[in-house]
Ligand binder design. Structure first.
Ligand code: MG
Length: 270
């Protein structure tokens, strides 16, 4: 299905496709049908494809490797933006010592950026929160104590849920919310659709003629809407019914899956 909901004008001006990963290119460790073929077709035709993910358990290198492994498409590491790196860049030059509630990959990213990643909350200048499968009361307590002592409170993203084959599990935003309740301090949120992520997307794009492709209205569509970029919702991930999308997040284009983007740019043989 290709449904053009709004008048998006001539897509021939588009030079950059900002593409979400989970629910668009792959899901549960498997390629979504034809995603790799579509990526290669678009890339060979000269479109820049920028992968943007809120998943703080991914590093740019792990995204490149996973996309290549699942789809055969070889992405450039400079064309991958993760919420972890956006958060690390946001704190660079502001603090040195961070206490992290999050995955080993998030900690590795902060280590790569030169931060001192603390085991103990004492002396933390900032608390950084992302999705953490090994979350404990102790880590929440340490983060709370640090924030209450004046440490900055940064979140990689505010995603409420994490899609799995079992259904929607708690996302990083659920952990962030627990700490906000415990401290009374609102976090600075770095991932989609927030400003810090959008600024890095702009730097990595050819121009501002951008099409955002994603499966999550509250992050992917919201990011595009905030900048006036064109938006394309795919129904292969968390959203199955476009009728349920709030009016202010309605996409310009709705596709069943990413492979359906090809006829939008190159026409159809049908
Ligand atoms: Mg997604």
């Amino acid at each position: 299905m290709v449904e053009v909901v709004a008048d998006v004008g001539d897509l021939s001006n588009v030079d950059t496709i900002v593409c979400d990963l989970d629910g668009v290119i792959y899901i549960d460790g498997e390629e979504l049908d034809g995603a790799g073929e579509a990526l290669v077709t678009l890339s060979d035709a000269g479109y820049r494809i920028v992968f943007v993910t809120n998943n703080s358990m991914k590093t740019p290198r792990s995204v490149v490797n996973l996309v290549a492994c699942l789809t055969g498409y070889q992405a450039n590491i400079n064309d991958v933006i993760t919420s972890s790196m956006v958060t690390a860049e946001a704190l660079s030059g502001r603090v040195d010592r961070v206490y992290i509630v999050g995955s080993s990959q998030l900690k590795a990213e902060f280590d790569r950026y030169g931060f001192e990643v603390l085991e103990n909350h004492e002396n933390a200048e900032a608390v950084v929160v992302g999705l953490d499968f090994d979350l404990t009361y102790d880590s929440l307590a340490r983060a709370t104590l640090a924030i209450r002592s004046g440490a900055l409170f940064y979140a990689t993203n505010a995603d409420a849920s994490y899609p799995t084959s079992m259904g929607l599990k708690p996302g990083g935003g659920a952990i962030v919310a627990a700490l906000e309740i415990a401290t009374g301090v609102p976090p600075v949120i770095c991932g989609k659709p927030h400003r810090m992520m959008r600024e890095i997307v702009k730097k990595r794009s050819v121009s501002q003629e951008i099409l955002v492709v994603g499966d999550q209205p509250s992050t992917d569509m919201a990011m595009g809407k905030a900048e006036g970029w064109r938006t394309c919702l795919v129904l292969s991930g968390v959203t199955q019914d476009v009728a349920l999308v709030p009016t202010h997040l309605k996409p310009d284009i709705v596709l069943d899956s990413f492979i359906d983007i090809v006829p939008l740019f190159f026409g159809s043989d049908d």
